[in-house]
Design a protein around this ligand. Structure first.
Ligand code: NAP
Ligand code: MG
Length: 506
């Protein structure tokens, strides 16, 4: 890297506990890279976005608009339509018409061409999309550039490949599309979640109405522009922005055949209750409280990187974040020391800076939730360590933090914090690790770190989690199904299994 080295001004955040001097720690305090911001000048964000319905940009019938801001600067980025139930109705009608007229009748090889076009356009506009993702949601450009956008394109490529091969996807059984899919997504991976939802639906011949999250609507709207440029038949994909009521109107619309929801367990349960007794198909991708399990024989330095990637990069705004660290008692002190040293080198700040590791918290509301749970951890007697880091004056931020000495009954060990906060606990035997890891209402993901492959396989068979990483963490691929057990939801996204959510198999 060509950055010059400058002296940094770090100060200590509230409640940072005692610091143990070490070489890495002193380095982290004394030196930092010069700023290397990604230039946003080529990025065009319109001052206002309407709803994308029936292939056209329309003014919301509600007459209401809301602002989307950058959580790192609190600057207003754009104004976005707030879709009412009537607007949602228009979108569902457009999707139904497109389903009946074009999409359900089109040959798979033709559908594939459109989906490939979207994938290629995402690659061509990758830089712009990454910048907008980081501006609107606060995540570091390293993440949006290297993870979110390439994976979103990969999902469209992957599913374009399936569109004309579906006769081979379900063991030779006949299949048909479901109809209109109503899809609701959260704010933590805005474009990637849109891709996870839209690509398989289109590949299987369904049409779509998608509602992005209130705080991060911009990349879904840029995706709508890409879909417009790819000349998909009008109404095949409709994007309606709005808040929770817009999502509820979509899920409850009588002409929606399938609801796909990714978000919190509370809202997921509400939707499940509302859909009970209807013929609608439902998939739910909900919260998590993953255990990252580190054995004494693990490569500890590698494990530290996995722990950091699993909870601090992306501010812990990840459903499968490794938010509980279970470490074998004999390795606890060494691992905690190594983790502290690594945390001293994490750079928090401008999401557009290519050197930033930890960006902004997505919203003021989310920051409030994180603070509340961290306070609860302190009150319940766990010991807190927060990396000493300079917090920018504007925006919403929380320093990388961990707790030691927490018991399994503490709120920080049970509830999803959805922030850069790790709860560290210990175990003595593999059985104890399994029992503690499974002692949660969630079951989305887990990680196992050990030198012994057999131990990884043994643990994987006992852990009740949909995704289990061995000696790595947070790795995704469109061909690999993702989804949870227990209150993390049901249904899978990605892979051949993910296609089943969008077809009726005879
Ligand atoms: P959320 O509050 O449940 O919101 C998710 C989406 O649902 C948003 O678009 C939201 O709109 C909308 N919504 C809110 N109330 C609704 C209602 N009554 N009916 C229909 N839709 C409604 O979740 P979030 O805070 O955005 O996202 C964080 C959660 O998502 C975490 O729990 C995380 O674990 C989970 N998540 C899970 C996965 C997975 O694959 N399992 C992936 C990513 C995230 P507004 O934005 O306007 O509130
Ligand atoms: Mg925003």
């Amino acid at each position: 890297m060509s950055q010059s080295i400058t002296k940094s001004s770090t100060d200590v955040t509230a409640a940072a506990s005692e610091r143990r001097p070490s070489a890495a720690l002193e380095f982290g305090q004394a030196w930092d890279y010069a700023p290397a911001p990604e230039a946003p000048d080529h990025v065009r964000i319109d001052p206002r976005y309407g709803l994308f319905i029936g292939g056209r940009w329309v003014t919301p019938r509600s007459g209401r608009w809301f602002q989307t801001i950058s959580p790192s600067t609190e600057q207003v980025l754009s104004e976005v339509a707030d879709a009412s139930a009537q607007d949602v109705d228009d979108a569902v009608r457009a999707a139904r018409e497109a389903y009946d007229k074009y999409w359900s009748k089109m040959k798979g090889s033709e559908r594939a061409k459109y989906i490939f076009r979207i994938a290629r356009a995402l690659q061509e506009k990758a830089r712009e999309l990454a910048i907008v993702e980081s501006m609107d949601g606060g995540k570091p450009i390293k993440e949006s550039r290297d993870v979110d956008i390439p994976l979103a394109a990969a999902h469209f490529f992957y599913h374009a490949g399936w569109a004309d091969k579906l006769d081979y996807a379900f063991h030779g059984r006949r299949w048909r599309p479901l109809g209109v899919a109503g899809q609701i997504i959260p704010w933590n991976f805005p474009l990637l979640m849109a891709a996870w939802k839209i690509a398989p639906a289109l590949a299987c011949g369904n049409t779509v109405v998608l509602k992005p999250a209130e705080t991060t609507p911009l990349t879904a709207l840029l995706l709508a522009k890409i879909i417009e440029e790819a000349e998909l038949p009008p109404g095949v994909v409709n994007i309606v922005t709005g808040a929770g009521e817009t999502g509820a109107a979509l899920a409850n619309h009588p002409d929606v055949d399938k609801v796909a929801f990714t978000g919190s367990t509370d809202v997921g349960k509400k939707i499940q209750r509302a859909l009970a007794g209807t013929t609608k198909r439902l998939t739910l991708e909900l919260g998590g409280k993953a255990a990252n399990i580190v054995f004494e024989d693990a490569p500890l330095d590698q494990a530290v990187e996995g722990i950091v990637a699993g909870i601090y990069f992306n501010q812990g705004h990840v459903c499968c974040a490794g938010s509980r660290l279970l470490v074998e008692e004999s390795a606890h002190d060494l691992l905690v020391r190594k983790l502290k040293d690594r945390m001293m080198t994490l750079r928090l700040g401008d999401p557009l800076d290519k050197n930033t590791d930890v960006g902004a918290i997505n919203s003021k509301m989310q920051l409030g939730k994180i603070r509340e749970l961290v306070e609860a951890g302190e009150k319940e007697g766990a010991e807190r360590f927060s990396a000493p880091t300079k917090i920018p004056e504007k925006g919403f931020w929380f320093p990388p933090t961990f707790f030691t000495g927490a018991s399994q009954s503490c709120r920080i060990a049970r509830e999803e914090i959805f922030g850069p906060v790790l709860t560290i606990m210990t175990f003595r035997t593999p059985d104890e690790a399994i029992e503690k890891a499974n002692n949660t209402m969630y079951g989305l993901s887990a990680g196992v770190w050990t030198d012994k492959g057999a131990k990884i396989f043994h643990m994987a068979t006992k852990l009740k989690a949909g995704v289990i990483w061995g000696n790595t963490y947070n790795k995704f691929d469109p061909s690999s199904p993702f989804g949870g057990f227990k209150e993390s939801g049901f249904g899978r996204e990605g892979g051949r299994q993910g296609l089943s959510a969008y077809v009726e198999v005879e």
